[in-house]
Every structure is written in C-alpha cells, then in structure tokens.
Design a protein around this ligand. Structure first.
Ligand code: NI
Length: 207
C-alpha cells in the first residue's frame, strides 16, 4: 500500500520538523504513509500496565502529570515519540532511541518512578513491595517489541492509535483525547475520520 514506495506527489514531499513522516498527497489515498519514519534497530513498541488493572483510571486522571514526567525524562535521556496512547490503566508507545543507545529500560524506570512519586501513597501494596519500599502503581514488567521494518512499524502505529476503540472507550479514534493521533492528523498522516486498518489485524499483542 505504498509503504516506502509512494511516488512523489505533485506537491512534493512534506517534511515535518519533529517527525520525518512523508505524506503522499494523491486523490483517494487514505492509508497512513510512514515512509522513512523510523530507524531500523532503534524503534520499539511498548505496552506498560498499571498493577491494578480494574477500575483504576490513574493514567487518564493524572495525564498531565504523566506528560510532564515523560517530557522531563526525555529532556535528560532523549528519545523520539512516534506514537503514544494513554488508556486509563495502561499505555502503548512507539519510541525511537538515539543511535547506539538501547536503554529503554532506564527510561521506563524513570517515567514509572517519576509518575508514582507524584501520587499520594494510598495504593494497596503487597508485603514484598512494602518491605522494599516500592510503590504499587505499575507492573514491574512491560511488553516490548523491536520494530522490524516499515510494514511492522505501520501495523503497530495503527494498532496503537486504534486502541481506545478496541478497548471500547470510544467509537471513533478521533474522540479519544490522549494520543498522538491528533498531531498525526495535523501532520497529514491520518485522516480525521480514520477508522482503523486491517494492517494491525495480524498482530497478537497483550492489550
Ligand atoms: Ni491497549
């Protein structure tokens, strides 16, 4: 579907300052086009979960806190955000690290602990966590997947941005406020009324 192969449009390629997405502007073209959108070997898809997954909308309730922490961590330890969606009790992100730096674990540790520190200590904690002085906000583990190629990148981007609909929070992708979908619409990558794609169907991901 034109991934990496889209012909130059009559308008020329549009480059965006913060994300090297290039949109093919041609009549009837509605699939997102991520040509040269990521660096092979340095781009990852993540799923990060809260420990309490039921009726615990901490992430959306404190989304400004989460954003501030992510900005702060990114300032000290750079990474590029290709896609990000915050659900009430988990999040998905597609993150590209600088060349020669694959330490996403450190970044997630800082994001998770930075967020937890901003919340009052009123969550239920296991004895193990209490003894270790650990908070009980996040699951320790997270899911990571190294993006293999452009098709894999596109599938995961679509999966991520469709996620609020998949989880039943909204009927239209555009109605979920907490994702990079809106800036990608502004950049011309997705149409405002985008309703998912079949590309993500083959992925078997937790959540
Ligand atoms: Ni999900």
């Amino acid at each position: 579907m034109g991934l990496g192969l889209a012909p130059p449009s009559a308008f020329g390629a549009l480059r965006y300052a913060n994300a090297p997405y290039i949109r093919s502007i041609s009549a009837g073209y509605f699939m997102p086009d991520y040509r040269r959108a990521f660096c092979p070997g340095g781009t990852f898809f993540f799923t990060v979960n809260l420990l309490q997954r039921r009726n615990n909308p901490l992430l959306t309730r404190h989304v400004e806190t989460l954003r501030a922490v992510v900005r702060e961590v990114r300032r000290k330890h750079p990474f590029h955000i290709h896609g990000w969606v915050v659900l009430p009790e988990h999040l998905h992100a597609i993150m590209e690290l600088p060349q020669g730096d694959a330490d996403f674990s450190m970044r997630w540790r800082l994001i998770k602990s930075g967020f937890s520190k901003q919340l009052p200590v009123d969550e239920r904690r296991s004895r193990v966590r209490m003894n270790r002085g650990e908070r009980g906000i996040w699951q320790r583990r997270f899911w990571e997947h190294l993006i293999r190629d452009e098709a894999d990148f596109a599938a995961h981007m679509d999966y991520l941005h469709f996620n609020p609909v998949k989880h039943g929070y909204v009927q239209c992708v555009a109605d979920w406020p907490f994702s990079t979908f809106h800036r990608l619409v502004a950049a011309g990558v997705y149409p405002q009324d985008w309703a998912g794609s079949a590309r993500a169907d083959g992925l078997s991901l937790p959540d």
